[in-house]
Ligand binder design. Structure first.
Ligand SMILES: Nc1ncnc2c1ncn2[C@@H]1O[C@H](COP(=O)(O)OP(=O)(O)OP(=O)(O)O)[C@@H](O)[C@H]1O
Length: 238
């Protein structure tokens, strides 16, 4: 049987005496969407950063499409697109300039830059300075940079923060299309409703520890309406 696209084995993170994330296993198949759910400080961003190769795990290993980050870092990085929860754009940069910079780093041509801007509804705003953009527009630009090179895995930290209802629906639709084309996604969210709409599977986190995991479908069968609220409460022991 083929190895899953992503295999994170016992990854953990400690800084000095603080344990940010206890050892956790995460596996993901091609075309699968996984939500990391938990409150503030639960460890969602830390897990995404470790998988993205931005933060070195204190223990464990990560394989992505057969690549081990510690052995083949460049090839590993080519397998993923990462959307951070926030990003400080250089003052004065236009949307087109920002995206073209990322495209150059990834060897992606200008036609794809325009296509990505169109997908996120920013083509007409491409000459606008990013510092004048709303939070939702900056989120859409960060989403565009993550999908530029159409990598097998997308890692997204709170991707729906700041999106209005129209773009929230568009985002769900865009992710659905990416999924159909075989892309896998791991995203973090505080919003269980969002996870229900987008994810196939959910990992619940509390204080850097996995406290529950299951498919949205299985939670639906178990809890009916608002399945993830009930499942999270059950995972918390409430
Ligand atoms: N560089 C760091 N040094 C020390 N502690 C850190 C560092 N980065 C994060 N932490 C701590 O690690 C814990 C997990 O943080 P993390 O950002 O991963 O949580 P999160 O679930 O993404 O939270 P939020 O939903 O608020 O963004 C928090 O207690 C945070 O304060």
């Amino acid at each position: 049987m083929a190895e899953p696209l992503l295999v994170a084995d016992g990854i953990s993170k400690a800084i000095k005496k603080s344990v940010l994330v206890e050892p956790i296993d995460i596996k993901l198949d091609r075309g699968e969407v996984l939500a990391l759910c938990g409150g503030n400080g639960a460890g969602k961003s830390t897990i995404l950063r470790m998988i993205a190769g931005i933060m070195r795990p204190s223990s464990g290993s990560v394989r992505l499409n057969g690549n081990d980050w510690t052995r083949s870092r460049a090839e590993y990085s080519r397998q993923l697109g990462y959307m951070p929860d926030d990003y400080s754009f250089s003052p004065g940069l236009t949307a087109m300039e920002a995206l073209s910079f990322w495209a150059a780093l990834r060897g992606v041509g200008q036609a794809r830059v325009l296509e990505a801007l169109e997908l996120v509804g920013l083509k007409d705003k491409r000459s606008g300075k990013v510092q004048t953009f709303s939070k939702g527009m900056r989120q859409r630009l960060l989403f565009a940079q993550a999908i530029l090179a159409e990598p097998p895995l997308l890692l997204m930290d709170e991707p729906t923060n700041g999106l209005d209802p129209y773009w929230m629906d568009e985002f769900v639709r865009l992710l659905g299309e990416l999924k159909k084309r075989g892309h896998a996604v791991v995203f973090s969210t505080h919003q269980l409703q969002t996870a229900e709409e987008i994810a196939d599977r959910v990992v619940f986190l509390i204080d850097g520890r996995k406290c529950g995991e299951g498919s949205v479908e299985s939670y639906r069968k178990l809890h009916g309406e608002h399945p993830l609220h009930s499942a999270f409460r059950a995972a918390l022991g409430g």
